[in-house]
Ligand binder design. Sequence first.
Ligand code: SF4
Ligand code: SF4
Length: 117
Amino acid sequence: MIDKTTTDTRPDTLPAAQRAIPDKENQSTGAARLIDCAGCRECLKDCPLNLQIPKLMDLYNEYLEGAAVENLSDVYKSLTNDTGKAGDCAGCRVCEGSCKNHVEIADTVHKLSALFD
Ligand code: SF4
Ligand code: SF4
C-alpha cells in the first residue's frame, strides 16, 4: 500500500531552462539544501589547483540562499585570482577524500564554473 502522506510528488524531469542553471529550481522556492561545509580547510592541502574550496562552498551557499549571480561574481573573481578557476577542476575528487562532512566538492565546483566562468 502506498502511503500518500510521504509520496514524493516532485516531477521526474525539469524544463531545460531550469536545468541550465544549477539548483535554480531549489533557489527560487527557497528549498535549496545548503552545502554542509564546516570550514575546516582539510580539503585545501590536496587540491592541485589550490582552489579556495571552503570559501567557494560558502559562495555557492549564498547563491542557494538567493543572492544574484551578478552580485557574487566579484567575490568569485577575488577567490580565483591567484588560483585555478572552478572550470579548471579536473574532478579528481582528492579533496573529497579529506572531507569528513562528505561534501560533494567537485560537483559543486563544476556548478560554480557554470555560473561564474
Ligand atoms: S576535484 Fe577539483 S577541487 Fe577537488 S582536488 Fe581535484 S581539482 Fe581540486
Ligand atoms: S574538508 Fe569539507 S567541511 Fe572541511 S572545508 Fe573542505 S569542504 Fe568544508
